[in-house]
Design a protein around this ligand. Sequence first.
Ligand code: BJW
Ligand code: ZN
Length: 255
Amino acid sequence: MTDGVDRARDLLARARRVVVLTGAGVSAESGVPTFRGSQGLWRSHRPEDLATPEAFARDPLLVWEWYAWRRSFIARCEPNPAHTALARYLADHPTATLVTQNVDGLHQRAARAVRGADTGDADRVLEVHGAIHRDRCSSCGLRAVGAEAIDTSTPQTLPRCASCGGALRPDVVWFGEALDEAVIGAAFRAAREAEVCLVVGTSGVVYPAASVPEITRASGGSVVEVNPEETPLTRYAAVSLRGPAGSLVPHLLHG
Ligand code: BJW
Ligand code: ZN
C-alpha cells in the first residue's frame, strides 16, 4: 500500500492537470448510503420504480416520498475528511477539475468550508447527475431550491412550478435521461486534458460518467483508483489503493 501511495503521489506531482471522478463511496463515511453493494439503496428499492422518468410519470407520490426522505437525510450529513482533502486539493491546484456523480452537495459544502462562502468557481465541481436539494419543472425546466419538507399526502399537495404550474421533480438525472450536455462535455474535456484521473468511490458501471477515466487513459494519462473493492475501472488503473476514502484520500493528497 505504501508503495502504491508513493507511486500515486508521484503521478499526481508530475501532472499539470488532474481530473477527479467521485461516486457514492466518497460520501459513505458521511453516512450517505451508496446505491450498490450489501448496504446499498438498490438492495431494498428497485431503480426502475424510483429513478426513471417512467416511474415519476406512473407514481409521482412514491418517487417524491423517496427523494424527500433522502433530501432530509442528506441535509443532516456532513462532509468527511475525503471531501475536505479534495476541496483543499482543488483550492491549491487551479487546473484541477472534480467530476462527481453524487447529488448530495457535500463537495460544494466542503469547498465553502475550505475557501469561504463565495468560492467563485463552482464550475470546477461538475455535478453530472444533478443535485438532490434542487427542484426542476418537468414542463418548463425552471430550477429552484427545493423544500426539505414535501407534503406527499396526495398528488395535489406535491410541489408545483411557480412560473407555469407544472409538476416539479428533483433536479437529478434518472436512468434513460440525457445528462446536461454542457456539464458532461466539460467533464469529458477535463478528462481528455488530464494527465491523471483520480477515481474515488464509484462502482464505475454507470455511463456516460464511467467514461471519464477511460477517456484520460485513452488520451495517454494515468488512472489512480481509491476503493475498498475492485471495479470494472480497476483494469485501467496504474495504481489501485484499496481502502476507505476518508483515510486514504487525505493521506494521498496531503500526507
Ligand atoms: C467506498 C467506500 C468508502 C464504499 N470509500 N469507496 C453504456 C453501457 C451500458 C449502459 C449504458 C451505457 N450508456 C448508457 C447506459 C444506460 C445507463 C447505464 O449506465 N446503465 C448501467 C447501470 C447498465 N445510463 C443512463 O441511463 C444515463 N443516461 C444516458 O445514458 O442517457 C442517454 C440518452 C441520450 C440522449 C437522450 C436520452 C438518453 C443516466 C444515468 C443516471 C444515473 N442516475 C443515478 C441516480 C441519480 C439520482 C439519485 O441519486 O437518485 O446516479 S443511478 C446511481 O448510480 C446514481 C449514481 O450517481 C450512479 C453511480 O453510482 P456510484 O456513485 O458508482 O455508486 P455505487 O453505489 O454503484 O458504488 C459505490 C462504490 O463506492 C463501490 O464501488 C464501493 O466499493 C465504494 N465504496 N464505501 C471509498 N468508504
Ligand atoms: Zn414550469
